[in-house]
Design a protein around this ligand. Structure first.
Ligand SMILES: NC(=O)c1ccc[n+]([C@@H]2O[C@H](COP(=O)([O-])OP(=O)(O)OC[C@H]3O[C@@H](n4cnc5c(N)ncnc54)[C@H](OP(=O)(O)O)[C@@H]3O)[C@@H](O)[C@H]2O)c1
Length: 261
């Protein structure tokens, strides 16, 4: 449990709400030490021990550490003065420099969780600007471990790149599952069977990789020289990895360009 007061601006949204709920459920933050804000002023989290406010400056003034969990396009209109505070931004595409310039925060951390915060299985890389104390770093790590795993990265640009990788959460698996199901349906497999088969591959079989090395798995399957090997080789020859590279670069370049309104 931490002694600091945690404030979450946008603490009722997808990410902010899941983090708020997890910090309470895991006992990291005592109920009286959690403040959340939104514009609509209403949310069930207020009944679970978080203090819900609509005045973001009030939240900043009463908090030691503040998470900004609003969408990037809403950042400019927050108009908060965070002098003397530590800010943890979840916003894609907004730099430490820009956050510091607009808020006067003493320390800024950029973190990039993903949608799996909802089920406590996010991976959250985080980067902190100079001047962040070791105790604050430890708090950041513990905070994101409430919703999965987390790791500090040493370059801010890694956050922009990883926004397009782990930040996309279920996007790539969803694309793969849809493509597998669509292709099976097009090949004449009944739709419900195609969905079950594709879902089993993406959701169930991917769990085997939790305790196995992915490259070793590929090598072993290719070594069989059977059905799976033929399918994997066709994908490789179809420049699968180059397509993945293009996808990641496309996302990262949007993050690097910035998403602020
Ligand atoms: N979703 C993801 O998978 C994902 C992944 C990585 C990073 N991110 C980043 O995480 C951030 C949040 O994303 P999200 O998907 O959680 O968004 P979201 O569900 O739309 O939540 C945004 C929250 O901000 C509140 N809000 C908006 N303007 C506000 C203001 N002026 N003052 C106080 N609260 C305000 C909203 O509530 P009201 O409408 O009631 O104000 C809502 O609770 C984004 O910056 C995004 O780049 C998201």
């Amino acid at each position: 449990m931490i002694n600091e007061t945690l404030g979450i601006i946008g603490g009722t949204g997808w990410l902010g709400g899941a983090i708020a709920k997890a910090t309470l459920a895991k006992g990291l933050v005592p109920a009286g030490n959690l403040m959340i804000s939104n514009r609509s002023g209403n949310h069930p989290l207020a009944q679970q021990g978080a203090r819900l406010v609509t005045d973001n400056q009030d939240l900043v003034d009463r908090s030691d550490v503040v998470i900004i969990a609003v969408r990037p396009e809403h950042f400019a209109s927050l108009g908060i003065d965070a002098t003397g505070k530590t800010l943890i931004s979840l916003m894609a595409g907004i730099t430490v420099q820009s956050i510091t310039a607009q808020t006067s925060a003493s320390a800024v951390v950029r973190a990039m969780p993903n949608a799996a915060v909802e089920i406590g299985q996010s991976f959250t890389p985080w980067y902190c600007s100079g001047g962040v104390e070791a105790t604050t770093k430890s708090l950041v790590q513990r905070l994101f471990e409430c919703v999965g795993t987390a790791a500090e990265v040493q370059e801010e640009d890694f956050i922009d790149y990883l926004s397009a990788l782990s930040g996309t959460g279920p996007a790539f698996p969803a694309l793969l599952m849809t493509a597998l199901a669509n292709q099976a349906t097009a090949a004449g497999i009944p739709g419900d069977i195609a969905q079950l088969a594709a879902k089993n591959v993406v959701i169930n079989n991917s769990q085997l990789l939790a305790s196995r090395d992915a490259q070793q798995m590929i090598d072993a399957l290719v070594a069989y020289r059977g059905v799976t090997a033929a399918a994997l080789l066709a994908m490789t020859e179809g420049h699968f990895e180059e397509q993945v590279a293009r996808a990641l670069q496309a996302g990262a370049s949007v993050a690097r360009k910035g998403l602020q309104a």
